[in-house]
Design a protein around this ligand. Sequence first.
Ligand code: ATP
Length: 457
Amino acid sequence: MEKLKNLDKIVNLCKTRGIIFAGSEIYGGMGNTWDYGPVGVELKNNIKRAWWKRFVQECPTSFGVDAAILMNPRVWDASGHTASFSDPKMDCKNCKSRCRADNLISAHAKGKVNPDTMTNEQMEAYIAEHHLCCPNCGKCDWTPIRQFNLMFETSRGVVDDSSSKIYLRPETAQGEFVNFLNVQRSMRAKVPFGIAQIGKAFRNEITPGNFIFRTIEFEQMEHQQFCRDGDDQKFYDLFKQKAFDFLTDLGIKKENLRFKDHDKLAHYAKAACDIQYNYPMGWDELNGIHNRSNYDLSRHQEFSGKSMEYTDPFTGEKFVPNVIEYSIGADRLTLVVLCDAYDEETLENGETRVVMHFHPAIAPFKVAILPLQKNLSEKAKQVYSKLAPHFMCDYDEAGSIGKRYRRQDEIGTPFCVTIDFETLENDTVTIRDRDSMKQERVNIADLPQLIASKIVF
Ligand code: ATP
């Protein structure tokens, strides 16, 4: 309960501090959509940058792409999404609200049964036996469960008929798969190698979102490792470790993370697991790691009629590589970062300090420039101009210095630079550390180097 209250506080802080707003708010909002504000866009961009640095920049055998959101609809036949990318839904006959049967069962069973392994009939029987009622109106009068495809449809061109039907991509992965040979040939890549992408995906989710945990439009950060059959277990283990290390290096507490193997595997999958996070609403998925055999490339070979084979340059052997997929939602990771960094500290004077202990590399602003009094603003603006080319800086001259420190703590700014009268005399400032609240006097000339050394990821 206490943790859930924290989620309310985080949502509220996000709104008042320009991190995340409800989507289309002035029109009453639109379910499961959120807009990132001036502070939030920095946070999410920094998270994406940190991920890209770790999984592309620092990996000589990984290559980035940015594929189109709208793809040839045959792609979704090959991937299996048109046939079976669906959730089990039922409607409340009383209030007409729609509900996911599997989520209703999970919330009730608290891990004792796994709805992913149940048929629709088994789920209906469980719901009847345990008298699971509508979360909206409290009545227990459900329609039978139907599978509901999660892909958003749209049409291209002027004629709206079935031949013009296309989809907003429900995952980014297919953009990496269809470009496998383009990347391999243009970059002269040798298997094993990886293709990574960060991009938007869309799913017609009807479940209430728990803030940005589950939204209908979201960004995925994905890395597909192409390898030989036989090497796949090695890369599966490697990416499990790399995915976990990335999170703990970002500062996420180890005790809030755990691996969870999938109970039910797709017929082609050799292994699959999630890393779960202990959210305010309980343990749930943060990212997935899947050993997908050579299913994806083989399906594209079958449906496109184009060979997806790789030729080993040394042996001449031809084969369709296996894929180890690692996929994490940028928005879901942003939620994890917010929940994990949020802290309420009681100060010596009894006041409460709300502080976001973000890793400095992903903090929205690296430094805030604060003139002690307004008549020091000219000097303070000179300091701002010196630092702004290097880092995202905030400038604030409104209110008492104590209040300004609190505001920066709430958005997780790791350093506050205060300009006082001594600054005018000897070009020194105080720099305050967010976490320890300790202050140090330093030369303005040393600031860029000093701050840069403390924000490395
Ligand atoms: P879930 O079980 O939560 O619906 P999934 O297993 O369908 O997720 P994947 O298809 O494996 O998810 O997608 C990879 C990652 O993308 C997830 O681990 C999650 O971080 C993110 N993700 C998936 N769906 C959503 C969504 N609707 N909103 C936000 N992030 C999402």
